[in-house]
Design a binder for this molecule. Structure first.
Ligand code: ZN
Length: 253
């Protein structure tokens, strides 16, 4: 017996997705005839985190639906996934799960997809005349791997050298959290935070270093629980080895 998943048709948009009908009225199978070879290659790509651009790949219609509609749609799709797995959704412990997951996706762990949730960064005049490096280290973040939809979590360390203006310290933290709340790859997260800092602070002199654990590596696949992944982006004065070494000294002390 072959399951035809009516929500996996190609060229489907959010608009023509059947909502809550579950009557399987589609007229056949999707044409998803991938060769096994292609699927292996895709799996491999997901594990190696290549093929990444700095912008999160978003659809043109990403924000045409409001949050409540998205929650309703995701809820029904997630119920489908659970039922296909064989779970009994009439069970008291499980019946609320599709709604909980949908709300968590839209309002919490993927809320950083929506530009409306981007933190506003106000700059203050640099009254202290402080022109040395400012480091905000050990910013704890939780993100999710876009290849497996399981957590990436760790610490981000960010730094900048103020020119005219400074920023409230909590904003550095909020910028990290905003970009973390997306399906991510660590390399892109690192670059997105760096680009945002440059824009917000009006300087090229920024550094971002992220040290993170990937649940897709520790809980499945090679099941390596000891390793962590470090990525860094240095720009402006941080390209200078001495400046970079100073940054690294601060975060290692
Ligand atoms: Zn992954």
């Amino acid at each position: 017996m072959i399951y035809t998943l009516d929500f996996m048709k190609p060229k489907e948009t959010l608009w023509n997705t059947p909502h809550n009908n579950g009557n399987g009225s589609n007229n056949g199978h999707s044409n998803g005839h991938h060769h096994a070879h292609d699927e292996d290659a895709m799996e491999e790509l997901g594990d190696h985190h290549v093929g990444m651009s700095v912008d999160t790949p978003l659809r043109d219609d990403a924000f045409l639906l409001d949050d409540d509609t998205k929650i309703d749609l995701i809820q029904s799709k997630f119920r489908d996934i659970m039922e296909i797995l064989g779970l009994d959704l009439t069970d008291d412990s499980l019946k609320g799960t599709p709604k909980r997951v949908a709300k968590m996706y839209v309002k919490e762990i993927f809320s950083g997809l929506n530009p409306e949730n981007k933190p506003e960064v106000r700059l203050f005049e640099n009254k202290y005349d402080y022109h040395e490096m400012l480091v905000e280290k050990d910013i704890t973040f939780f993100s999710n791997c876009e290849h497996h939809f399981v957590p990436i979590y760790g610490k981000a360390h960010v730094a900048y050298i103020p020119n005219g203006d400074v920023v409230g310290l909590s904003k550095l933290n909020r910028i990290v959290q905003y970009y973390a709340r997306r399906p991510q790859v660590q390399e892109r997260l690192t670059r997105q935070i760096a680009e945002e800092l440059k824009t917000a602070l009006g300087t090229e002199d920024v550094a971002v270093l992220i040290d993170a654990n990937h649940m897709c590596v520790s809980s499945r696949g090679v099941q390596d629980t000891a390793s962590s992944t470090v990525t860094a982006e240095y720009s402006g004065k941080f390209k200078n080895p001495e400046t970079r070494a100073e940054f690294l000294r601060y975060i290692n002390q």
